[in-house]
Design a protein around this ligand. Structure first.
Ligand code: GLC
Length: 736
């Protein structure tokens, strides 16, 4: 439909039809038959004069037949035949689930991330979903916050690359204001802005940031996705620097709409507009509605604010209706960009290719799993007999929280299944129980169906596991955190393993056999106390539907894990927040002054983390050499080109070279000592020249007054295999 017709359509709408288009509910409000996937508080919604059949979009309905039915019913009742918009939390998968975003970001494989976005779009569109609430682009530095699972981690460059790749894959192109074909969907980035900076890592608390941090660390990821053409932005629940994000004129009207020129749809998070009243910012629906609509929010998710507030504001003449019409036009434009007016059932003819998923998901698990430790025990020897211990090895519940909402658990390939189908010699024992009833109510009953209803006691399970281990040559122990203990509403103060796991690890260690740990988790854990008991540690995060197949191939050397940590793993919660790109201090700790008092250090812990950002061993990494050929500034392309010669003594290697810039001396403010500005995945056996081009825009920064700078001068770059393993360093003059 062309713009003129859209304007005409708008002119025909009644006030309640207009407001209805700005309200989003879960499908149960239309009819109980549609059920409800509740991803927030259960609410009684009073829509005032707006009829539910006038509301413009639905969240978290899936299944083709159901969506088809509701769309048909809806259009039959729609006076102007404006199709219903279906949005869904398909964050990193639908029925087929990929590894969690905190894992995927560590692959540094933008081409693969784009392909993952495209597959997810295909699968979602095939069931009639139009918008997916992904990618989440909140920068995170605090693993106490359960939602680090959904984030691309602590580093700005990584978050920007992840977000742009996913958006391009999901929407089918890297351009603004483009139409979206039936094989793709609209992406909705979230949670604007800086939800990942919640105080003390506790869910839904406020974020208090300097302008320096907001502009240099927390906003660039969202703005890169806007540049990539993302169609929707979701506002955060949180208060940012004293203002609720959903009514913050600076963040929404100034930065997003004016500076970034975003003309897509802004949707609030679940019930966030009602919570303006709860937190005491707005007196009532009218105040909340006016504040949100005039700041730039277009859709009210699961709240009564727009339905009740806007109608009465207009009736009282207390609202400039241009705000209302602009919001509705943006919603109608979105439906139009998706081709819904021409075909409200767009996408139904798609079919997601299962073979493609199998290949892509195994590649994703392999490129995002992180080999944290390996004391010459991996790869495993297929001629040996192994004890495979721990419930993660046999449970399908290894998809992470959001991956479990729509997943088809029957498709999950566990480690136990994969060992068996590969014919390896092993015996499985559960060893310990995961979550049990006493923890579940604290986490809410988001997944009633998921309780580890262990029949045996921990002592019984441990005893059985020890018997199995005694007969084995080596032990593979699956450890970690139950999937319900990360994701939304799962903040924790203690990041150690559960006591039953630690007890059994120590008992198994007493057998004097090699122990290989496979870690399933949605967040960095504190493993300082158990790390010494393991000869190898492979972090698989929540590895997705085909995780077991990929992990088995990695363990037995058919593939090398090549993922890197997108988030620092601390030695203790006491170190948090801890991240690689911290600002320098005037009293840095060095080996020379380690025993002095007046130095930036702890008296009860090293400063260094257990595992640093960018860390990830690979098979034959010890053979990898990197020699700098040259580093030059390319004025014509405004970039720095780094040429290296990479060799590995004839051994096959797969790894990620990371380019860091050291703090330039001539900056207007103090900048991080080290900052990632580029990565390059390598896969080779013979000596290769590797060329990495770094756009100098990566060196731009904001001072603490909000002025952006890109300084000329001498810059020092390093190429390394982690933020703590720099191989070559050189300087180059750059014209800013
Ligand atoms: C949730 C989350 C958000 C999600 C939305 C819809 O509370 O904060 O990420 O997309 O509500 O389920």
């Amino acid at each position: 439909m062309d713009k003129v017709k859209l304007q005409h359509l708008l002119s025909e709408m009644t006030l309640t039809e207009k407001v209805g288009q700005l309200v989003q509910l879960t499908p149960g409000f239309f009819s109980a038959e549609y059920g409800d996937v509740i991803t927030g508080p259960e609410l009684n919604i009073d829509l005032g004069q707006v009829d539910v059949w006038q509301t413009g979009s639905v969240l978290n309905l899936s299944e083709k037949a159901t969506i088809d039915k509701l769309q048909t019913e809806y259009l039959a009742q729609s006076r102007l035949k404006i199709p219903l918009l279906f949005m869904n939390d398909m964050i990193y998968g639908y029925k087929n689930v990929f590894p969690i975003p905190l894992a995927l970001a560590g692959s540094h494989d933008n081409k693969m991330l784009e392909a993952i976005g495209a597959f997810l779009a295909q699968e979602a569109a095939a069931d009639g979903v139009h918008v997916v609430f992904t990618p989440m682009l909140d920068v995170v530095r605090d693993p106490r916050w359960g939602r680090v699972l959904e984030s691309p981690g602590e580093d700005v460059h990584t978050v920007k690359a992840y977000g742009s790749s996913l958006v391009t894959g999901l929407q089918g192109n890297f351009s603004r204001n483009a139409k979206i074909d039936m094989h793709h969907v609209a992406a909705c980035i979230k949670h604007y802005a800086s939800y990942g900076a919640v105080e003390a890592g506790r869910e839904y608390t406020a974020a208090d940031l300097s302008q320096y941090s907001l502009l240099n660390t927390y906003l660039p990821g969202y703005l890169a996705a806007v540049e990539a053409g993302v169609k929707l932005v979701m506002t955060a629940f949180t208060v940012v620097n004293g203002m609720p994000a959903s009514v913050d004129n600076y963040l929404l009207s100034e930065v997003l709409r004016r500076q970034a020129n975003f003309d897509g749809v802004v949707i609030s998070d679940y019930n966030a507009l009602n919570e303006l009243i709860t937190m005491g910012y707005s007196a009532d629906d009218l105040a909340a509605a006016k504040a949100a609509l005039t700041a730039g929010v277009d859709v009210d998710m699961m709240a009564t604010v727009f339905a009740n507030g806007i109608v009465r504001l207009v009736e009282q003449g207390a609202l400039d209706v241009e705000y209302l019409d602009n919001a509705i036009l943006r919603v109608l434009n979105l439906k139009n960009d998706l081709g819904l007016f021409e075909n409200p059932y767009r996408g139904f003819d798609n079919n997601a290719n299962e073979e493609e998923f199998a290949h892509l998901s195994i590649q994703a698990t392999t490129e995002s799993s992180v080999l944290l430790k390996n004391e010459a025990v991996l790869p495993l020897n297929p001629d040996k007999h192994y004890a495979l211990i721990g419930p993660f090895a046999s449970s399908p519940l290894t998809l992470g929280l959001w991956g479990s909402i729509n997943a088809d658990f029957s498709r999950v390939k566990t480690l136990d299944y994969s060992f068996k189908s590969a014919g390896y010699q092993y015996e499985y024992a559960k060893g310990y129980s995961l979550l049990n009833e006493k923890v579940l109510p604290v986490l809410g009953d988001m997944f009633k169906r998921v309780v580890d209803s262990n029949q045996s006691s921990d002592a019984q399970l441990a005893s059985e596991a020890l018997e199995v281990a005694k007969d084995a040559d080596e032990i593979i122990f699956t450890l970690g955190e139950d999937f319900l203990q990360s994701g939304e509403a799962a903040s924790k103060t203690d990041l150690h393993l559960a006591a039953n796991q630690i007890t059994l690890i120590k008992q198994l260690h007493g057998l004097g056999k090699k122990i290989i740990g496979v870690i399933y988790t949605g967040r960095p854990l504190v493993l300082t106390d158990v790390e010494p008991y393991f000869d190898a540690l492979l972090l698989v995060w929540f590895p997705g539907t085909n995780g077991g197949l990929a992990i088995t191939d990695m363990l037995f050397g058919k593939a090398t894990p090549s993922g890197k940590l997108a988030m620092t793993w601390p030695r203790s919660v006491g170190q948090i927040p801890i991240h690689y790109d911290s600002l320098p201090t005037g009293r840095p700790l060095t080996t020379a002054n380690a025993n002095e008092r007046f130095v930036s250090k702890y008296i009860d812990s090293p400063n260094t983390p257990l595992y640093p950002f960018g860390h990830g061993l690979t098979y034959h990494q010890d053979k990898l050499t990197c020699e700098l050929i040259d580093i030059t500034y390319q004025a014509n392309t405004k970039s720095v080109q780094i040429n290296c010669k990479v060799a590995s003594d004839g051994q096959p290697i797969e790894d990620v070279l990371q380019v860091y810039v050291h703090q330039p001396r001539q900056a207007h403010v103090v900048l991080p000592s080290l900052k990632l500005v580029g990565t390059q995945r390598i896969k080779q056996q013979n000596e290769h020249q590797v060329t990495i081009d770094i756009p100098i825009s990566e060196l731009a920064y904001f001072d603490n007054q909000g002025t952006q700078h890109l300084d000329s001068g001498q810059y020092t770059f390093s190429v390394g295999l982690s933020s703590a393993n720099l191989l070559v360093t050189s300087t180059v003059a750059i014209e800013g």
